[in-house]
Design a protein around this ligand. Structure first.
Ligand code: NI
Length: 177
């Protein structure tokens, strides 16, 4: 396994829609290795999610996991999951604002509105169908990753930039609010 370099904002790969995978592609050795490397890279940098475009691969793959994470303390656990070609449908109009950061936009945080409940249809890392409901922080992470797979980043989703903060200022002025 390898730790991969993370593309930062300004790199055009982050602004392109990623390509769907076929089931044959999913089970190929190359894509299986890519998934392993994405998981290792996400863990190395304390991410709660990582999209393939962030490691310069324009493919519809996202990995996520929320454990005890120093970048996002006190968040509910989400088991390690791999989402391929994900589709998401909001289950209500309810939206909540909360803080997000991104490994491709280092050291910045901002408040982003997201649907609180979504249905997720995707394939797992073996190409098997997944269909589940995600809520709250889990739903937030999936919407953030879905955005990456469509060339968007959290800055695009902020209602305005008034909460945009460097991490040090976030901790000083905003954490726990
Ligand atoms: Ni991100």
């Amino acid at each position: 396994m390898s730790i991969l370099q993370v593309a930062r904002i300004g790199n055009p790969v982050l602004r392109r829609a990623a390509e769907d995978l076929s089931r044959d592609q999913v089970v190929s050795a190359a894509v299986q290795k890519l998934i392993e490397d994405m998981i290792e890279t996400m863990k190395e940098y304390d991410g709660v999610g990582l999209a393939a475009v962030q490691i310069h691969e324009s493919k519809q793959i996202a990995v996520l996991e929320v454990e005890d994470n120093p970048r996002y303390p006190r968040k509910p656990r989400v088991p390690l999951s791999v989402l391929i070609n994900p589709k998401i449908t909001p289950l209500s109009e309810e939206v909540e604002e909360d803080w997000e950061g991104c490994l491709s936009i280092p050291d910045l945080r901002g408040k982003v509105p997201r649907y609180t409940s979504i249905r997720v249809e995707a394939w797992d890392r073996h190409g098997k169908d997944l269909n589940f409901v995600a809520a709250d922080f889990h739903a937030r992470v999936i919407q953030h990753e879905w955005d990456h797979l469509h060339g968007k980043v959290f800055l695009d989703r902020m209602r305005d930039l008034s909460t945009l903060s460097f991490l040090q200022e976030f901790v000083r002025y905003w954490a726990d609010r």
